[in-house]
Design a protein around this ligand. Structure first.
Ligand SMILES: [Zn+2]
Ligand SMILES: [Zn+2]
Length: 165
């Protein structure tokens, strides 16, 4: 397969994913007109770092109506570090699945939880990150290289604050 570019990359109609222990499995059906490049983001805020244990989160935002659990949600836990913002994870294995702004009918799925067969085929569509949030917190020589200028817009903090870097 040739290297995907913003003008030419494979787009999924749906994907599946889940937590590390497999107790929580989900499916995402994307709308026909879903703008994959626009809906992908990265975040280096301290909340996302502590929540995921990684230096940055890569998430893909999709309508809530297209997100369905394929398993019972017995182990699903939700935590709010900021009121109105949900962070959902598996209470059994700790796997972080998504975050969402409760005022919006959408969900930002943690792309690392997408099943490997979809991630290898559609990784560019899911994770090309047009909005890179909280670059103010980047680790010099590490995350500033990984989230370089060619990867969409770099925001000092969040995109709502309108401070580009
Ligand atoms: Zn689990
Ligand atoms: Zn964040």
């Amino acid at each position: 397969m040739s290297r995907p570019t913003p003008d030419n990359f494979p787009k999924p109609k749906s994907i599946t994913g889940g937590c590390l222990c497999g107790a929580l499995r989900y499916k995402v059906d994307f709308p026909d007109d879903h703008d994959f490049l626009k809906q992908s983001s990265s975040c280096q805020c301290t909340q996302c770092r502590r929540n995921t244990g990684t230096l940055f989160l890569v998430a893909h935002t999709t309508p809530l109506s297209g997100f369905t659990f394929l398993t019972p949600t017995t182990t699903l836990k939700k935590f709010s570090a900021t009121p109105g913002f949900q962070r959902a994870f598996c209470a059994n294995c700790g796997g972080f699945l998504y975050w969402r702004d409760e005022s919006l009918d959408e969900v930002a799925v943690a792309v690392g939880t997408v099943d490997p067969e979809y991630l290898s085929k559609y990784g560019f569509a899911l994770a090309s990150a047009s909005d890179n949030l909280w670059c103010e917190n980047e680790i010099k020589g590490v995350t500033d290289v990984m989230i370089g200028k060619e990867r969409g817009i770099r925001w000092a903090r969040s995109s709502e604050e309108g401070v580009k870097m």
